[in-house]
Ligand binder design. Structure first.
Ligand code: GLN
Ligand code: ZN
Length: 763
């Protein structure tokens, strides 16, 4: 019989219950309510999957913060500064995630980085030659047992040992974390044994790193690891799950030959590997076909998916095929059920996690009972696809013509940077090491309430305007008091940097509850780009103009860049992403043009997602970078030379894309560098990056107020490497998640640190 499975389910709850519970816990430190919420979220998703007849329901896919952090805890790989060796209590767990500053400790958080090319972030494990492992956290076993007690037999999920080590960072130069495999495996063996004792038959081991390009040495270590694991627990069936793309040939061969019971392949992004998989699958293995997209929200083309499933069943036999979502559903929202205000036609084209469970069930039925049994579902699905293709709501001929007529050579600023810099310096007269922030200021509950009141219609536009203006004025005055050189309006009107723009652009739709986890308690509600994009009217001009009217200091207009808007949205799948991105770029360009006309001398275009858009396979990088950079330039090239263009990127490594970054030709780039202690700057130094750089001097993800000396030492590291006239001083990122007191305190110290350095270098 052909079973269905999911590799993981959304964790934060249909109404972001986990977020609320975490925030309460972080405020009052009471564990019980948090753990209760977590338990009820797990129960609800197990029950739902069971109701949909999912054959292999995951457990241990849930987490209080991050599944890689859970794995760090499971293996006892807790960095020394958090008190390694001790029991990993909740306080320690969250200290690793967020840093901690209280009576007992003052430690910075662990590094966080993007999970492959998604907008999910994981905590980066730290490895060195002295890292030791021990089973320190039995969550995988506990959650299996918890589900079992509820009558749900689950397939526990573990981050595989190979990917766990690959995803970590060596804290000693030149050290290869994979050398720790021998020490790590006993912990996995122990966990697997305990799972088997607890009654598990299948265990899913995620090895997404297998989709990356790997050397033969790495692959040999992967093979050796699985030989050891499967020998240690022969009674357990291991399903090695890969996702987010096709496997490069050598990895594919390795995966197929692993001594495990099943292999999962992503047949949405890695469809090209379907034929090879059918013919290469060894007789003793089961193939889990990831047919339902776990990364996007469009309905599955059932005819196409069924055809793939049927042929697999014909070739391999029904027992050797499993029908799955392509990757964990953690990257899509919970359910369409709560979406009352979505346009019904658009809604009919969509499937969120719950609807995807339904699709899996239909596919399984089609395979088991024959396509005649699901003929009405197939017909309905085909009709929806047809309607979407022809719908006038997605086609705007004027937008298409504008994109078609872009002159591919007209995306450059008037003069080269060196000339612009002189002109801009004359205009703004900034000191050396100018201080600024990245855009947002604390979004207190008052601010959120104001937006909600307007949305609900409880407030008139005039009331809302007055509130926002007061907020902007407060923010401007604060920045003046602190002595920052370049100000921002603070973004109080923005729920989210992409949602805000999407709501004002044509071609975008919004959900009310379409939350997706970004990291820990942070969720985003990605817009849905369903049609051609245009900007009917200015989106930010009034707020920025108002902010600038309050002060003689320069205020930066603040926009989200086209690549980031694309990357953090659910994007239409009926045309190339580059085409959609060009449409967005032209819409942003209209706004840039209007901001300049309204008197904003500096405009920042945030592109924090530029790097995460990189394809997982290097061979596709150039093509992506070419159109992504072109889109950025398209959106800013209309300004005069005296207008200063800033950009901002966070959580990026720059080494391998530095040429493209330079090619953006932004006058100033601010980046996140404090957690890595300015390591990220190396790329800029080695490349002799010519334009201005603002390396972040403090981590904004933690409420901890950094000492002035800390920031000063980071700034010195920067000044040792870069000419001081190129350096700006700013936090790592926006301050919206912070509170006012710590923000003010930290910025005062930051400005003082800049002043001290100016004095010592005689600037
Ligand atoms: N301007 C945005 C802010 O400050 C940038 C956010 C980001 O880079 N993610 O909030
Ligand atoms: Zn940022």
């Amino acid at each position: 019989m052909t079973l269905t499975s999911t590799l993981g389910y959304p964790r934060v709850g249909p109404h972001r219950e986990l977020k609320a519970a975490l925030e309460t816990y972080w405020r009052d430190g009471e564990e019980a309510p948090l753990l209760d919420t977590a338990r009820s979220l797990r129960r609800a998703s197990w029950r739902l999957q069971k109701e949909h007849g999912i054959g292999h329901i995951p457990s241990n896919d849930f987490t209080l913060y991050d599944h890689v952090l859970d794995t760090i805890c499971m293996t006892g790989a807790v960095p020394e500064r958090f008190g390694a060796g001790a029991e990993i209590d909740l306080a320690t767990y969250f200290a690793m995630a967020r840093g901690a500053q209280d009576g007992t400790r003052d430690v910075a958080a662990m590094e966080m980085t993007k999970w492959f090319d998604t907008n999910y972030h994981y905590i980066v494990p730290e490895f060195s030659p002295v890292t030791s492992f021990r089973l320190a956290f039995t969550k995988a076993v506990d959650e299996f047992t918890e589900a079992k007690a509820l009558g749900v037999h689950t397939r526990p999920v573990l981050v595989g040992p190979f990917s766990f080590l690959k995803l970590g960072k060596a804290t000693v130069a030149g050290f290869d974390p994979l050398d720790l495999m021998g020490r790590l495996l006993p912990v996995y063996e122990d966990v697997l044994k305990r799972l088997a004792e607890a009654g598990a038959d299948w265990v899913q081991i995620d090895e997404p790193c297998l989709v990356l390009e790997l050397g033969s040495g790495d692959l040999a270590k992967c093979r050796a690891a699985y030989s050891a694991l499967s020998a240690a627990v022969p009674s357990l069936k291991l399903m090695v799950a890969t996702y987010f793309g096709a496997l490069p040939e050598a990895s594919f061969e390795t995966a197929m030959a692993l001594p495990v019971a099943g292999i999962h392949l992503d047949m949405v992004r890695g469809r090209s590997q379907y034929e090879a998989a059918l013919s290469a699958l060894p007789r003793d293995k089961l193939l889990s076909l990831g047919l339902v997209d776990g990364r996007n929200i469009w309905r599955t083309d059932m005819e196409a998916a069924l055809t793939l499933a049927e042929r697999a069943v014909l070739t391999l036999g029904p027992k050797r095929v499993m029908i799955s979502a392509a990757c964990s559903l953690l990257h899509v929202p919970f359910s369409l059920a709560g979406e009352k205000s979505l346009d019904p036609e658009l809604k009919s084209w969509l499937a969120f996690a719950e609807e995807k469970l339904g699709e899996l069930a239909v596919l399984a039925r089609g395979v088991k009972e024959g396509r005649a049994e699901i003929s009405s579902e197939l017909a309905e699905n085909a009709a929806l696809f047809e309607a979407r293709r022809n719908s006038p709501r997605i086609h705007n001929p004027a937008v298409r013509a504008r994109v078609r007529d872009i002159d591919p050579h007209a995306d450059r600023r008037g003069r080269p940077f060196a000339d612009r810099q002189a002109i801009q310096q004359k205009r703004f007269g900034l000191p050396k090491l100018p201080t600024t922030t990245i855009g947002s200021f604390p979004q207190t509950s008052d601010v959120r309430k104001a937006r909600a009141s307007r949305r609900r219609g409880d407030w008139t536009e005039a009331q809302y305007d007055a509130f926002m203006k007061a907020e902007i004025e407060k923010t401007i005055r604060l920045q003046e008091r602190i002595g920052l050189d370049v100000l921002v309006h603070g973004e109080p009107e923005r729920t989210d940097m992409v949602e805000y723009f999407g709501e004002k652009l044509e071609g975008f739709a919004f959900t009310s509850l379409g939350w997706v986890q970004s990291y820990g308690s942070r969720c985003v509600k990605p817009p849905i780009i369903f049609g051609d994009v245009s900007r009917p009217e200015p989106m930010t001009v009034e707020w920025s103009r108002y902010a600038q009217s309050l002060t003689a200091k320069p205020v930066k207009g603040m926009l989200t860049g086209p690549v980031t808007i694309l990357q953090w949205s659910f994007v239409r799948d009926d045309q190339p992403r580059s085409e959609t991105c060009r449409q967005i770029a032209l819409a942003i360009r209209d706004e840039v043009y209007d901001l300049e006309a309204a008197g904003l001398g500096m405009i920042q275009i945030d592109e924090p997602a530029l790097r995460e858009g990189l394809p997982l396979h290097r061979s596709e990088w150039d093509a992506y970078l070419r159109w992504a950079c072109e889109c950025f330039r398209l959106s800013v090239c209309v300004v005069r030379d005296e207008t200063q263009i800033h950009t901002h990127m966070c959580y990026s490594e720059f080494n391998d894309i530095i040429e493209a970054i330079a090619d953006l030709d932004a006058d100033v780039i601010s980046i996140e560098t404090s957690r890595s202690r300015m390591e990220l700057l190396d790329a800029f130094v080695d490349f002799s990056y010519p334009n201005d750089i603002g390396p972040g001097v403090y981590d904004i993800h933690s409420p901890r107020v950094p000492a002035r000396s800390e920031m000063l030492s980071l700034l010195r590291l920067a000044a040792d490497r870069l000419p001081s006239e190129r350096i700006w001083v700013n936090p790592d990122c926006g301050l919206k998640t912070r509170g006012w007191p710590e923000t003010e305190a930290a910025l005062i110290e930051m400005v003082e640190a800049a002043r001290e350095l100016r004095n010592t270098i005689g600037a």
